[in-house]
Design a protein around this ligand. Structure first.
Ligand SMILES: C[S@@+](CC[C@H](N)C(=O)[O-])C[C@H]1O[C@@H](n2cnc3c(N)ncnc32)[C@H](O)[C@@H]1O
Length: 250
């Protein structure tokens, strides 16, 4: 499956995008044999990507003593779901209840609101058609790399999360959320899912955010301010990943 090139925002200097494309081509055409390619995936990681991996590791380590599942709101290509799956395998290989659930339309933004400013529009961040099937295969294989491979511990929920998340909660009344990562970039779905999420959090639950305090996607901060407030919990910043934030429920 070849990825389409949907619209997405980048903030790097001139030349960065060309260099990244060149690196991507080197990766696609890598002379490294298949049996060694995965062992050398880090060869192609840029500092920016690695810093996001480190952030996911940091977040995951915060919830090791907290009961509950891991949710990603806006999983897109699914890298974070894959990382959480591997991190579970590393830190708590027998925690069959630490399910990883990702929500996305897989067709990009449904709509944008005035709170979202001028940089985003409906359809941004679409994936390739049918991508969720590819993601399902990748996650199933990742799960086989760790103990308890016979138990399915991830779920991909396709559709508008303002509808699918309440439906998911109705289907899963046992839900406690240890970690929720918000990466919709948008006001309305962030607001609606945050509201739904609150009764399912416990002390120590962590909420991560991709775009807080970011003027290109103001809607995420507006949603946080509206639903939780900015003064109730410290909005923390992980020092090795510039854009991302998190809070811990106290
Ligand atoms: C910036 S991308 C997510 C990137 C991904 N988390 C990562 O780390 O690579 C934002 C995603 O949110 C999804 N999204 C936005 N609004 C949504 C909604 N109402 N329901 C489901 N997904 C939505 C988009 O389809 C898109 O894939």
């Amino acid at each position: 499956m070849t990825a389409t090139a949907p619209k997405m925002m980048t903030f790097g200097p001139a030349g960065e995008s060309d260099r990244r494309s060149q690196l991507a081509r080197l990766m696609r055409n890598s002379p490294i044999p298949d049996r060694e390619l995965m062992l050398n995936a880090g060869l192609y990681l840029t500092p920016q990507t690695l810093s996001r991996v480190l952030f996911m590791d940091f977040l995951y380590r915060q919830i090791l003593e907290v009961q509950g599942v891991v949710l990603e709101f806006g999983c897109r290509w699914g890298q974070n779901m894959s990382l959480y799956t591997s991190l579970r395998g590393i830190y708590e290989p027998f925690n069959r209840l630490r399910r990883v659930i990702g929500f996305d339309t897989f067709s990009g933004f449904v709509s944008v609101a005035t709170e979202d400013g001028k940089c985003v529009e409906a359809g941004d961040y679409a994936t390739a058609p049918g991508y969720e099937q590819h993601l399902e295969q990748v996650l199933a294989m990742q799960e086989e790399e760790s103990p308890l491979p016979h138990l399915r511990k991830f779920e991909i929920v396709k559709g508008d999360a303002t509808k699918t998340f309440p439906e998911f909660l109705a289907r899963n009344p046992q839900t406690i959320v240890a970690l929720a990562y918000f990466d919709f970039d948008l006001f309305e779905p962030t607001r609606d899912c945050l509201k739904e999420l609150l009764p399912y959090l416990t002390k120590g639950s962590v909420i991560g955010f991709d775009e807080i305090n970011d003027d290109t996607t103001p809607g995420e901060t507006v949603a946080l301010r509206e639903v939780i407030g900015l003064g109730r919990y410290a909005i923390k910043h992980y020092r090795h990943s510039a854009r991302t934030s998190y809070l811990v429920v106290e």
